[in-house]
Write a new protein. Structure first.
Length: 137
């Protein structure tokens, strides 16, 4: 071992094996699980997407998030709605939204009276028939 090159290579080989074992024993920190994203929910149920009037305010719901309407909005079919609740339909007719009315984002208007009529028809279909009818014995 009189050759300095042999001594240097042996020394480097020894140092290399020591550092390799030191790196192999270090542990990687465990990953923390990511928390799920929270969704906006009011009273346990989300509102349908669309425009509605509640307590005199025009509210817009998109993808479950509700905000008040601050500037005129144009829907996909060309229907325009103002922050005051005035709706100009795609055919040019104008309607002012009342409390409880719903305008879908596609432009379909459902009034509170229409909802009440649908509910009464639904309740009538659930009740048993009153009057003369044949009963099975």
């Amino acid at each position: 071992m009189k050759n300095p090159l042999v001594r240097t290579s042996c020394l480097l080989l020894l140092l290399g094996s020591i550092t390799a074992t030191a790196h192999a024993q270090t542990k990687v920190a465990p990953r923390k699980p990511a928390a799920p994203k929270l969704r906006m929910v009011s009273n346990g149920a989300t509102m349908k997407d669309g425009v509605t009037v509640k307590e005199g305010k025009v509210l817009v719901t998109q993808q479950g998030l509700t905000s008040s309407l601050t500037q005129e909005m144009t829907l996909t079919n060309g229907t325009k709605i103002s922050p005051a609740g005035a709706v100009t339909m795609a055919n040019g007719s104008t309607v002012t939204m009342q409390e409880g009315d719903m305008l879908s984002l596609s432009g379909r208007l459902t009034t509170a009276a229409m909802k009440a009529e649908q509910d009464s028809l639904l309740m009538a279909s659930k009740e048993p028939a009153k009057g003369k009818s044949k009963k099975k014995k």
